[in-house]
Design a protein around this ligand. Structure first.
Ligand code: P6P
Length: 319
């Protein structure tokens, strides 16, 4: 098995981009250590603060965010970063080539119950001139790299630089080693992930699709489905990249959910690039997520991603 740096070199990835990805990987090792030590160091629970979107912050949300900011801003490669935990972008080195967008600890409601959480990252090229929030408003297919680090029984990075998806597992020697190469999502599936408790709020198109899906062999879809819901997008996407499936977080008719719950820039786009690079599809139900022209770094987006044939079926229900 080859280490991350060697694998990126062999793929001909720009050395600066490789160095930036390595920095993210090293920072996620630090985050993993804080997660392991969480209970002993009394780092579980809320910090008593709200993030810029009024969401209660866990102590480990803040620690993960601070570690990523500190290590990325120490790089001359980074001209700016944006984070779920920061209202506006944070300016880096004016000569930096890259912008980094991240959700430092996705699924953090799972921390206190010791269920998998993850760091999601997206790397864009920095435009010329002074960096501000507008600089980040680039379509998902502009990403030069995207990935996540899943903190589960193993610490695993899934990464794409536009040449397919590879997975790297953290070893005791502190290095990430390639354990999956050119991951592919099977086009068909019998496993779906959605928060069923929101069923009464969905659009009728989503209600009809899920109703048909639950009718199993006797229904119009004609096959039985199994269900999973981990409430951690990183874990759901990792399952889909590993064994297939479809994940949905649709919009619904509640006030704050007209565009869904998940964030385009640091959840929707990086996960959509990974899924598309692995042969899957990622859609709002009406348009490919990576084609959306963003208008705000924290905008929300409905997400339907995974097995190509199943996502395309959901899209037909939206028409
Ligand atoms: P719900 C975690 O808070 C997250 O942003 C995603 O990781 C996850 O898929 C979703 O929200 C879970 O949402 O409404 O089921 O708690």
């Amino acid at each position: 098995m080859q280490p991350l740096a060697k694998a990126l070199r062999q793929q001909g990835v720009d050395p600066d981009l490789s160095h930036l990805i390595d920095t993210i990987g090293k920072t996620c090792k630090m985050i993993a250590q804080h997660l392991i030590q969480g209970p002993v160091n009394k780092l579980h629970g809320c910090a008593g603060t709200l993030n810029s979107q009024g969401e209660r912050q866990k102590q480990l949300d803040i620690i993960a965010n601070d570690l990523l900011k500190q290590n990325l801003l120490a790089q001359t490669l980074v001209s700016g970063l944006a984070s779920e935990e920061e209202e506006h972008c944070v300016i880096g080195d004016p000569k930096g080539r890259y912008l980094v967008v991240f959700d430092p600890l996705d699924g953090s409601s799972n921390i206190d119950i010791n269920v998998s959480v993850g760091t999601i990252f997206s790397i864009l090229c920095a435009p010329e001139g002074q960096i501000d929030d507008q600089s980040f408003l680039q379509r998902g297919h502009n990403q030069v790299a995207a990935g996540y680090v899943l903190y589960g029984p193993s610490v695993i990075m899934a990464l794409t630089t536009g040449q397919g998806v590879d997975m790297y597992s953290l070893s005791q020697d502190g290095n990430y080693y390639q354990t999956r190469h050119q991951v592919k999502i099977p086009p068909h599936t019998q496993e779906f992930a959605i928060n069923m408790s929101n069923q009464r709020f969905w659009d009728t198109s989503m209600q009809r699709y899920i109703a048909h899906l639950l009718e199993g062999e006797q229904g119009p879809i004609g096959k039985r489905f199994n269900m999973r819901w981990i409430a951690s997008m990183v874990a759901e996407v990792h399952r889909i990249l590993t064994r297939g499936g479809i994940f949905m977080y649709p919009r619904d008719n509640r006030d704050s959910m007209e565009h869904g719950k998940l964030r385009l820039m640091y959840e929707g786009n990086p996960m959509s690039l990974l899924v598309e690079q692995a042969g899957g599809v990622s859609s709002t139900g009406n348009t490919n997520i990576v084609d959306i022209c963003p208008n705000d770094i924290h905008q929300r987006v409905p997400v339907i991603l995974g097995a190509m044939a199943e996502v395309k079926r959901v899209i037909t229900y939206h028409r």
